[in-house]
Design a protein around this ligand. Structure first.
Ligand code: GDP
Length: 367
């Protein structure tokens, strides 16, 4: 479903398909509906539900993934009508985050986001159940009376309480981990080692570029979110100065709000860099939109005031007209291919030239 243009919807759907493949699904078919607003009951309109049902039956699909966030009741209604599992964009992204989180902090953040996503959905289920059993609904408590509450609702209360306790514990743990990270960062700053953060849209080629620039064996996967946790490598400039290069979490269109919150501390790392290397996929159908999306999130974590070096990657795969257009649009950008190595030396030189200059006090101290 989209309220925007069909081209927007197609780009968004292409990304959704890439996300689904990352999560291990095989994508069979895509359907787009244009409406000014999602249908209150089933997200997509009635006619589209029939069309979707037919598509599910003809392809033998076992799951429908919707590009958006469905309310608990929309999910339930749609599942009842088309008889297969329905997943929304948020659940899909959470699933991928869960698959790829490696560090302790990354895992805690993903679990927190998953539980926060789950809580309102538990309530939706509870309301349906309490109607069924004739209970008083909300809260369960004393008002329901003995014998009016089903055993399921009691279990729901227990589940809810357990989840809340777990959420509180995770939040405490994440805060504590943030302190440790700040201490490490302070250490780096005291050592005055310049730091470069590689930021960019998901799948733009950030870890490939980090590998090219440092020769580090950072995991590269043909998948979105291959680098969920910040990977930092030390490297040496030609003049012998040491600096760090960090790979950062990949951005995504329409990043669900719960995830922005949950990954804030990971993204905040970027704000402490001396230079942001902003990588964009030149072979993507809409690189400008990618750049806009990334800059928006960078601004949210306060990294928009840092010097930015725009790098258009995948120059080997991008159409010639696209490269010309992007060169006109971003005359200061560096065009590279992490795959072929084209432009990498030039990029390294530009990064080094833009590192903060070493302390000048020593040079200025004339006897
Ligand atoms: P990240 O998510 O931004 O870290 O992206 P990755 O480095 O994991 O790369 C995502 C995908 O793009 C992988 O399949 C890479 O092989 C591919 N890729 C990266 N750089 C290039 C490039 O310069 N050209 C082409 N054709 N593919 C690339």
């Amino acid at each position: 479903w989209t309220s925007g243009t069909v081209v927007d919807a197609e780009n968004s759907l292409t990304e959704l398909a890439a996300l689904a493949e990352t999560a291990g699904s095989q994508v069979l078919e895509g359907l787009i509906q244009r409406r000014s607003q999602p249908d209150a009951a089933t997200f997509i309109g009635r006619g589209k539900v029939d069309e979707l049902k037919a598509a599910v039956e003809s392809t033998g699909a076992d799951t429908v993934i919707c590009d958006g966030e469905l309310s608990p009741s929309q999910l339930r209604n749609l599942e009842q009508k088309i008889k297969v599992k329905v997943v929304d964009r948020t659940a899909l992204i959470l699933d991928i985050f869960a698959q790829h989180a490696k560090s302790k902090e990354g895992k805690a953040q993903v679990e927190l986001a998953q539980l926060q996503y789950l809580v309102p959905r538990l309530r939706g289920w509870g309301e349906a159940l309490s109607r069924q059993t004739g209970g008083s609904g909300r809260g369960g408590g004393a008002g329901g009376g003995v014998g009016l509450r089903g055993p399921g609702e009691t279990k729901l209360e227990t589940d809810r309480r357990r989840i809340r306790t777990r959420i509180a514990k995770l939040k405490r743990e994440i805060t504590a981990m943030g302190v440790i990270r700040d201490t490490k960062r302070a250490g780096r700053r005291r050592n005055t080692v310049p730091s470069v953060a590689i930021a960019g849209y998901t799948n733009a080629g950030k870890s490939s570029l980090l590998n090219r620039l440092t020769g580090a064996g950072v995991l590269v996967e043909d998948a979105l979110f291959a680098t969920l946790d910040t990977a930092t490598r030390r490297t040496e400039a030609r003049d012998g100065r040491v600096y760090t290069l960090s790979d950062t979490v990949g951005f995504v269109r329409h990043l669900p709000h719960q995830l922005v919150e949950a990954f804030r501390s990971t993204l905040e790392e970027v704000a402490y860099a001396d230079l942001v290397v902003h990588v964009v996929d030149g072979a993507h159908p809409d690189p400008e939109e990618q750049v806009r999306a990334v800059r928006e999130v960078l601004a949210e974590v306060g990294a928009d005031r840092l010097p930015e070096l725009l790098v258009v990657n995948k120059a080997d795969a991008a159409p010639q007209e696209m490269l010309l257009r992007l060169k006109r649009e971003w005359p200061d950008a560096v065009f590279v291919s992490a795959r072929t190595g084209e432009g990498i030396e030039e990029l390294r030189e530009i990064i080094e030239s833009r590192l903060p200059v070493p302390a000048v006090e020593v040079l200025a101290r004339v006897p």
